[in-house]
Design a protein around this ligand. Structure first.
Ligand code: GLP
Length: 258
């Protein structure tokens, strides 16, 4: 586990983009797991800049998104399909056939979820999974009490998540109640995981995820079971970490480690 604490979200975006760029430099046909929400926006902006100004190449990259609202079409401005195209895909040279996002409008969710899991495996598994975190500690849409072994499936959103995400919709009533989401078990199979968090409202979730017990009540805490997790967070969301001094000490000492 490694933690990089940043002063602001722009710096967070640059730090996270360096990790993605390093992955693509080592493996140009890497498989990336992508997240939505406001947190990864500065990362996507920086990736677009690196593509435009420094030639970061996505031509062989494959991506799998974590989740999608059930009932929203690709053209719906609130859908994660729309979000990804607007904020990343339309600005980089990724091949359309290499983009996978769960469908919010399939007529057979069970079959779709199985197919999605199978496609991840057929593409060689996820090399780097990017995650945000919900204020209730969820990753993707794995709400508290989700099985830590769960796979891609339909989840009923928690009231807290509906309230949190209402800011993107006209009202809380307009937020879909169901989502299709990768499971915690699916996420844990990624070779490397990078979780991003910023803001005071994430401080409790971040502390519980990193320093609390592993529990299905905070699905991000399952990341403690993974051997290669990087947290790229800001100072506000790091405020409740008991070992913050130690993490910052490690950050300064790590470059000289033998
Ligand atoms: C949604 C998404 C999560 C995301 C979370 C936090 O619930 N399903 O993947 O991490 O929102 O979003 P934000 O970054 O906007 O706080």
């Amino acid at each position: 586990m490694e933690i990089i604490v940043n002063d602001n979200v722009e710096e967070m975006g640059r730090a996270a983009a360096r990790v993605v760029a390093r992955t693509l430099n080592c493996k140009p046909n890497a498989v990336l797991g992508l997240a939505t929400g406001s947190t990864p926006l500065t990362l996507y902006q920086e990736l677009v800049r690196l593509h435009n100004e420094e030639g970061l190449d996505f031509s062989q990259v494959t991506t799998f998104n974590l989740d999608e609202y059930v009932g929203l079409t690709r053209k719906d401005a609130q859908s994660y399909h729309y979000f990804m195209h607007e904020n990343l895909f339309k600005h980089i040279n990724i091949a359309t056939q290499n983009i996978y996002i769960p469908s919010g409008t399939t007529d057979n969710y069970e079959a779709f979820c199985k197919w999605y899991e199978q496609r991840i495996v057929e593409c060689g598994g996820i090399d780097l999974q990017i995650l945000g975190i919900g204020s209730d500690g969820h990753i993707a849409f794995n709400e508290p009490s989700s099985s830590l072994g769960s796979r891609t499936r339909i989840k009923t959103l928690a009231r807290q998540t509906i309230e949190d995400n209402a800011r993107f919709f006209d009202s809380a009533e307009a937020v879909p109640v169901y989502a299709i989401t990768m499971g915690v078990g699916t996420i844990l199979e990624a070779r490397q995981i990078m979780l991003l968090a910023n803001g005071r409202n994430k401080a409790k979730a971040v502390a519980e995820a990193i320093e609390g017990p592993v529990t299905s009540m905070i699905t991000a805490s399952a990341l403690q079971l993974h051997s290669d997790v990087l947290y790229v967070i800001d100072r506000e969301s790091a405020r409740e970490l008991k070992m913050l001094d130690y993490y910052e000490w490690v950050q300064t000492k790590m470059p000289d480690a033998p």
